[in-house]
Design a protein around this ligand. Structure first.
Ligand SMILES: Nc1ncnc2c1ncn2[C@@H]1O[C@H](COP(=O)(O)OP(=O)(O)OP(=O)(O)O)[C@@H](O)[C@H]1O
Length: 257
């Protein structure tokens, strides 16, 4: 269940955030967030519902803008990025969101081809076939290539969703609650897949989860969002070595009840 050791380059900061603030009306959600994501690292973000984890991911991916602070993603300053550069940047980021549904009317093959055909001008049929086969093999579902999404289990659909993001060879992966709604065995499989993706594609990832087994088995570091800031950042054991009443219930609920 412990995280396998990863090759992390601490001299290469893929995402750098300093003093990030974001409010909606009078409600101050992010209150000075600082964060570094290093090349090759899996960083797990924990926090209560409504603490701003999704808002943070949306700011990183340019869907929302910061009120204040510095956000640099793969060398691009998100406060000043042009629309054209943002479009290019998004091709370098893989999104595995809970609602990133597959197209029900398309086979697995067509679902996987779609981002390639849309984003890679001049890509050949041979390259498309080889990429589809490679990502399907990476997620262990080569045999589903001609199936429809309705014929797949929830866990298989999740894997195909991840394969669809991998097909563009992303440098950064953003996983929003990757194990939500899955049975325990499928959760363990998804955790393994997240680690395999890290190793095979050399991605740097942010993983938002409430599942501490997922956090422990995929996170090289854990960052806990408390009162609008990352007040606890470290290894799984460091994070939970506390009596802080804002932190302890996470552990107790997952491992004691
Ligand atoms: N576009 C928006 N307009 C107004 N308020 C928003 C908007 N987006 C998010 N919020 C508010 O910001 C707060 C943080 O929301 P967010 O979705 O980031 O929480 P979260 O930490 O991801 O929660 P959960 O774990 O339940 O997914 C919430 O109170 C939410 O209502």
């Amino acid at each position: 269940m412990d995280k396998p050791k990863a090759h992390i380059d601490h001299n290469d900061t893929v995402i750098k955030i300093r003093g990030l603030e974001k409010a909606f009306g009078d409600f101050q959600v992010l209150r000075g967030v600082d964060l570094d994501l290093y090349q090759g690292e899996n960083l797990v973000v924990l926090g209560r519902s409504g603490t701003g984890k999704s808002v943070l991911i949306k700011i990183i991916s340019g869907l929302l803008t910061a009120d204040k602070g510095e956000v640099v993603v793969l060398g691009e300053d998100m406060n000043t990025i042009s629309d054209a550069s943002l479009q290019e940047l998004r091709k370098r980021i893989g999104f595995s969101f809970q609602n990133s549904a597959l197209y029900d009317s398309m086979t697995v093959r067509k679902n996987l081809e779609f981002p390639l055909v849309r984003n890679r001008k001049g890509v050949t049929r041979k390259e498309i076939n080889s990429s589809v086969e490679s990502v399907l093999e990476a997620v262990g579902l080569s045999h589903t290539i001609n199936q429809m999404p309705s014929e797949l289990s929830g866990g298989q659909r999740k894997r195909i969703g991840i394969a669809r993001t991998l097909i563009l060879n992303p440098e950064v992966m953003l996983y929003d609650e990757p194990t939500a709604g899955l049975d325990p065995i499928t959760c363990l499989e998804i955790n393994d897949l997240i680690n395999e993706v890290q190793e095979r594609y050399h991605t740097s990832s942010i993983i938002i989860t409430h599942d501490l087994t997922c956090a422990k088995s995929t996170g090289d570091r854990i960052a806990m969002l408390l009162d609008g800031q990352f007040q606890r950042v470290g290894s799984f054991d460091e994070i939970f070595d506390t009596k802080d009443p804002r932190v302890k219930p996470f552990f107790d609920y997952n491992f004691i009840q």
